[in-house]
Design a binder for this molecule. Sequence first.
Ligand code: PLP
Length: 398
Amino acid sequence: MASDSFPNPGAPAGLATHRPLRPAWAEVDLDALRANVHALRRVAAPASVLAVVKADAYGHGAAQVARAAVEAGAWGLGIATVDEGIELRRAGIGAPILVLGAIGPGEAAPAVAHDLRLTVAEETVAAATSRAAAAAHREARLHLKVDTGMGRLGVAPADAAALAARVAALPHVTLEGCSTHFASADEPDLASAARQLEVFRGALSALEHAGVRVALRHAANSAATLALPEARLDLVRCGLALYGVVPAPHLVGRAELRPVMRLCARVVHRKRVPPGTPIGYGHAYRTTRETTVVTIPVGYADGYPRAAGEGCTVWLRGRCAPVAGRVSMDQITVDAGDAPVALGDAVELWGAAVPVEIVARAARTIPYEVLARTARRVPRVYLDGGRVAAVRTLLGEE
Ligand SMILES: Cc1ncc(COP(=O)(O)O)c(C=O)c1O
């Protein structure tokens, strides 16, 4: 990758009126996102795809990602909280939106008002939703969550049919879906996920025997979508794969996925230093030879993990260069060796050349956390058809 393949964030092509941006930004490639939706639809068919865009679309930007995912044929959108759903409705998104998390008391009314489908595991929540729907002269759609072994949110399988029957009997409510969630579909050994699926099938049969029909049965996250065909049912709920990250190394190649986000920055300072020069907080790094140390204006407050300082690399001038010393709040230092670095050179912190999985591994975490923590103050530069289509900064979208 040539360093001049980076767009100039000071003057993004196609956005002539945009004011200069800080020299750190996250490119979000909407073409890659749409291609990933198409790839997942091909894998999942005949099941539909729910694009999971919670947590600001895993840091990519909820409204932009949601729009692109729906354009590419996603059936609907999955979010964690009612506010996230309202944010999407305010952005003009009309596609089905399912709140995957539990809601708080009083949240049924705003959810119904914004036509958000709700996940329920508690009868009180279903009853509150029914009352909110009656008051708003609307019909609410609910999805019953069954805990088949995740141990988190969901009614016990043995109680699912009885609760489903009571929920389905509530006025102004349609029980549209029934779901469960896997604890370990990303492991090479699928025995536990297969057991959970078996339990879920048992609960679904019990619902049928109780005379409750649901249109959408769903269980699969990205890993199960790729690894466990029987789990695809009517709908798959894909998050990580949507963003071009394969949930586990053994699943590479199951679908053609392209990374969507590239975290970039520019060299803002560089200096030639002698061997033995201490660098950064605690002097945790010491140069071993004469070298060029460069400063990159991205730190842990931007979402670059502090723990990645040790052992991680960035992509600079066509090669990997090690992060030198501790990650600060707003800056990192990189040992560029003898590379002919110029001020303003673009650096990739994660993306195509340095997969986000590498950064996550260095930080002893998972790519979900690294992506989702990309800070709001990092401008998102949306690429569409190879050009900058929009920019979202701390100050809003332009
Ligand atoms: C209930 C539920 N379904 C689906 C997903 C998407 O998971 P993934 O990003 O692994 O595809 C999540 C994410 O954590 C979730 O909580």
